[in-house]
Design a protein around this ligand. Sequence first.
Ligand code: 2NL
Length: 335
Amino acid sequence: MGKSIEQIKDDAFKSLETASDPESIKELSIRYLGRKGVVTQFLRNISALPPEERPGAGKKANELKKILEAAFEQALERLETEAAATGDRIDVSLPGRTASQGFLHPITQISGQISDIFTQMGFDIVEGPEVEQDFYNFESLNFPKDHPARDMQDTFFVSDNIVLRTHTSPIQVRVMEKRTPPVRVIAPGKVYRCDSDLTHTPMFHQVEGLLVDKNVSFGDLKGILTTFVHRMFDEDISLRFRPSFFPFTEPSAEVDILCVMCRGKGCRVCSHTGWLEVLGAGMVHPAVFENVGYDTDRYTGFAFGMGVERIAMLKYGIDDIRKFFENDFRFLRQF
Ligand code: 2NL
């Protein structure tokens, strides 16, 4: 037979003296008391001893088993108390790790600011489908059948009769079908055009507005848009209403502001004109009112539209629209 119980005990205590961490104490416990451990093997081999030695050896081995169990447990407890008293305490003076806070995308922020300015002036926010029927996107808005905007080049066709909306005007047509004047709504949302360069992306955001009532004049349109521009950009920036054309308004105008970069002197941003185009607008064309069943003798109205990316680019002096869609955090977190 191998080592005596006394030798095993000496070995075990010597090893325990040098064990300095919980891992090695657990290993020792397995080495001596585990299923294939030294003490366990000893007890198993007792039957091989001469009969008269068996009771004494069995008793001693069982005692050693109890002694070692207690010794290992004590050693573990001692290490834990030491650790708690020294190394592993929490250092309450360490600076904490701050959780980074999320923020809205700049386009969402600007779109929200635009909506806020108009809701303060009594406009309701309305939404509608991004996949639209030809009637709501073009026909009802007085686009002739052969108008270039209907072309494959500008419009994403889903089928002959179904398109991705190219503006948010169809939302307002749907509102006019449902409500009788007075109507005062703004329609923000995503729009789609087959176009891609420095200032165009295939999807962009638009806010359109519509006001219909008795005796609505072009002067009312100028007042509302002047207030909007002053709140959006700068309380005393100059505006300019320039004659233009849209199928759905008559008369139509494009609205410019004095260049925010050079204040009218002429620079690269305003292509040396001194002015920046921010909006399109006009008095709703009678044909549009007829298409939704409004009495053109009783009601007049104005409408306007703007690109949210364009407003954001002018406000922040950004020259490439694609920056809004690249999701580069270093760009986005500046706003
Ligand atoms: C632009 C120009 C405009 C409208 C949008 C409109 C809507 C209805 C009836 C008549 Cl339901 N007009 N919308 C009117 C004039 C201009 O947008 O430059 N948008 C980015």
